[in-house]
Design a protein. Structure first.
Lengths: 103, 465
């Protein structure tokens, strides 16, 4: 229990961010037309590719003798990149069509 | 001065681009720019993480990271560019799974560095569980949308089994965090059980509910990324992850709303579980009336002498790649002075808005796409409704049959039109696996065949009139 209280007091800043971000996320999605639900989901999908930052940090900090760790880290960066690049490119492709229609 | 170029500042900018990008994605006019802004922020954050890292790193590690990013970029780019727009929902699912797997792998590697630190281990273990479920669940969702797995697969007592597995998983995770064990074996067991749970979780859910599942797993991956942010005290992972987690959850509820389904009934499967399945069987038994078949030339004549036609496109249209043909038909009819519109159900296709994207691809005029609420009162003044590859979204059972699994779902009330032409490949029930009494309606005529070739024959018939 003490550990938990200590943790909370040490990470107050992060907890603030978590709570504020929850509200930001809710507000942003609030009144989006159904037409844009699919591109929005796809865009959000690309953004959680931010997990790649963690994968890069793992590889940067991995013990040089930990070959399994390096292999898994390599795969993690690769998969994270797929998430980011694929996610943003496919969202752009969807939205490109919406734009054409307006002209 | 130095501070301005620091990593923290780059992360701050990246976090802002995610919020701004997501906000702009919500408006048709700014959506594309919003996506590019978020992508720019992501690139900045990735480059910053690599080049501003404080610490001794062997050169080959940089080579390793560079290679992984290069391969990932090439493969991701090619897949995203090559895959047909009709396959888009499963693509989102696939990429979502990749992110989940990445989060789980991070946890597997970092575990040994935090032994003894209960809260960090708890964060890691939670990341592994959520990431793995998101990965294996997304792969099953992908296979289902792909058609590889097209029937809901239910083990006996699957709800009980699934609940036992998830409770066991959580207890196991608590044990690992609390006991301070450094056993890699236990961690891998946890990893594989979580993977198995993802499979068990998605398998029993019907194909029609897949968009909701993908959206839910999308927010799971966001949460897994945020847990990584917590572990490293990394602000950009935290903001990006939580943002997607929360936005994804709201989006999930919005999709459930559009289908008049509660999230609980999606997950615990009210589609054909227990008493419901008997009700469905009972309902299908009563539908023994006769159906009326029609020919292309009869349908063409009917259309030619109409004043108002409404086209109801469904996923069948997309599968047959008939979106260009339907646009041509619509223009041809309009040139004969007939008023033509498209009625778009919010969940037509495999995802909300999917049909709009497909029709936009063919340059269909935006004004011709009518939303459900606007178009429903118009059906009674419509001469012909042409339903192409849609089924559940026009099933009157949603209004009339309380025992139907889709009872209460808002539908396009096409049965109010003067006549209805339904194009389907066969009499197979729709994605939700339920019979449709609309086919037996005396006003309905069935035009069997592949959507694309049927529409093309209609066009050539109409041109000759």
């Amino acid at each position: 229990m003490n550990e938990l209280i200590e943790f909370i007091s040490q990470n107050m800043q992060m907890l603030y961010i978590v709570i504020l971000m929850i509200f930001v996320g809710v507000e942003i999605i609030g009144h989006v037309p159904a037409v844009l639900h699919t591109p929005l989901m796809s865009g959000a999908n690309a953004i959680h590719g931010v997990v790649i930052i963690g994968a890069i940090l793992v590889l940067l900090g991995v013990n040089p003798e930990n070959y399994l760790g390096q292999a898994l880290g390599f795969v993690a960066v690769l998969l994270g990149t797929l998430n980011v690049v694929g996610g943003f490119v496919v969202t752009d492709r969807m939205l490109e069509m919406f734009k054409k229609k307006k002209q | 001065m130095n501070y301005i170029f620091s990593l923290e500042f780059i992360y701050l900018i990246a976090s802002m681009t995610y919020i701004l990008g997501l906000k702009m994605l919500g408006k048709p006019g700014t959506a594309r720019k919003g996506n590019l802004i978020a992508a720019g922020g992501m690139t900045l954050a990735i480059l910053g993480t690599i080049f501003l890292y404080q610490g001794e790193v062997p050169t080959y590690i940089y080579a390793l990271i560079g290679t992984a990013i290069l391969i990932g970029t090439i493969i991701g780019w090619i897949i995203a560019k090559k895959v047909a727009m009709t396959k888009m929902p499963e693509l989102v699912s696939l990429f979502n799974g990749m992110g989940g797997a990445s989060a789980a792998l991070i946890g597997l590697i970092e575990f040994e560095h935090y032994t003894g630190n209960t809260l960090s281990i708890a964060t890691i273990v939670a990341g592994i569980i959520i990431g793995s479920i998101s990965f294996s669940g997304s792969m099953i969702a992908w296979a289902k949308l792909n058609g590889t797995l097209n029937k809901p697969l239910r083990l006996p007592k699957y709800n009980l089994l699934n609940n036992l597995v998830i409770i066991g998983l959580i207890l196991f995770a608590v044990y690992i965090a609390w006991s301070g064990t450094d056993s890699q074996l236990l961690l891998y067991v946890l990893f594989f059980v979580a993977l198995a749970y993802g499979v068990l979780f998605v398998l029993p859910i019907g194909g029609a509910d897949m968009p909701v599942v993908i959206s839910l797993l999308n927010s799971f991956t966001g949460l897994a990324a945020a847990l990584g942010g917590f572990l490293y005290g990394n602000m950009v992972m935290l903001t990006g992850g939580i943002l997607v987690g929360s936005a994804g959850t709201i989006l999930t509820f919005a999709m459930c709303d559009a289908m008049n389904r509660s999230l609980v009934s999606v997950i615990f499967g009210s589609f054909g579980s227990g008493g419901d399945s008997q009700a469905i069987e009972g309902a299908s038994e009563t539908m023994t009336g006769s159906i009326k078949k029609t020919t292309v030339s009869d349908a063409a004549i009917l259309m030619n002498y109409s004043q108002r036609i409404i086209i109801v496109p469904g996923y069948g249209l997309a599968v047959a790649q008939a979106q260009h043909a339907i646009h041509e038909l619509e223009q041809l009819l309009a040139s004969k002075g007939i008023e033509v519109k498209y009625a778009i159900h919010p969940v037509a296709g495999r995802m909300p808005g999917h049909m709009n994207v497909l029709l936009a691809e063919t340059n269909v005029d935006y004004d011709k796409l009518a939303e459900m609420e606007d178009v429903n009162p118009e059906f009674k003044n419509t001469d012909v409704v042409f339903v192409v590859g849609a089924n559940d979204v026009v099933n009157p059972a949603a209004h009339t049959n309380p025992s139907s699994p889709i009872f209460g779902m808002p539908i396009l009330e096409v049965e109010n039109a003067k006549s209805i032409i339904i194009n389907k490949r066969s009499m197979n029930p729709g994605y939700a696996g339920i019979e449709n009494e609309l086919f037996y309606n005396p006003k309905t005529s069935m035009l069997f065949g592949d959507a694309k070739s049927v529409i093309q024959s209609l066009i050539s018939e109409l041109k000759g009139m």
